[in-house]
Design a protein around this ligand. Sequence first.
Ligand code: KG4
Ligand code: ZN
Length: 349
Amino acid sequence: MPPLTLAIETSCDETAVALLRGHDALLVSEVASQIDRHRATGGVVPEVASREHLGALPALLPQVLAAAGVSWGEIDAVAATRGPGLASSLMVGAAAAKGLALGLGRPFYGVNHLEGHLLSPFFGPAGGHVRPSVGLVVSGGHTLLVEIAAVGRYRRLGGTLDDAAGEAFDKVGKLLCLPYPGGPEIDRLARAGGDPRRFDLPRGMTGSGDFDFSFSGLKTAVRYLLPKLATAAPGGTPLPLADLCASFQQAVVEVLVKKTLVAARATRREVVAVSGGVSLNTQLRGDFTRACAAHGLELLLASPALCTDNAAMIAFVAAMHRAAGLPPTPLAADIDPNLRLPFLVADAA
Ligand code: KG4
Ligand code: ZN
């Protein structure tokens, strides 16, 4: 029987546990979201998040094993997110996984959260085989464009110089007094008939000739626009929320699609793999689908359940590393809140 991987993800505010058989049979993937706990503060307070992880894991772990009908002794490898993320949150999941690995006498895999997102489009319908491609990770904490040669062989092409795409969604959501997190709310309002051409917002760094991004100017443009709109429409006229959301979303998605397609052309990759929480965005999924079809590129979008933080993607990376003959992680290896992807110059594939 193919090896069974137990994975734990606690890099931010989701406590997630998954069990994966081989590299493609997901037995169970559970995510306990803390979102309601963080709504009151409009964002994640690290110590609150780590205490929530500590409270959730002891129940979630046996629950996942019971749901899959497997016993502790059947587990062949234990994985946890090592970074990047909030230190106090990472520590909880990594300590639990290391304790289990030690107790069960199984190898431990400390997984890079970004690699989890990056490879998630290859999981499931794509057959569980990582293919040479250009990968775009767009999440709450990261915006990263990477050339993927094979598992563990990546080349950084570019990333955000300031706010991550999801961070921009969340900050603009806050400016518009929408509930946290702003991304899904902006998506919902834009879908409700918002005009994406109503407000001409900046498309940061589109002509920069590199693969970097900048979203803070866009957020500032929305901030300056709001008082002007209020002055122009006095007497309690409601803000044109749907149009604002659609125009903002259009600006973000346009830049992401444009730069990713240029990267695919520059690297001569014919597959584009898009992942991370922001890849749930309705317009992003539609625009990438149309643009890739128009340019003869194959598009792999992470399946919706794998876009936001989850442990299935962590189990998948551990299983792929194991299959590729990459070594497990020493138990003495510490978590790293600033962990970077191991960027190696990719061989031409
Ligand atoms: O990948 P993720 O769970 O967290 C990180 O690893 O950072 O992504 C969360 C981010 C949040 O910023 C959230 O607002 C955004 O993904 N997001 C969306 C949508 N759903 C989630 N952004 C735009 N449109 C959405 N539908
Ligand atoms: Zn994430």
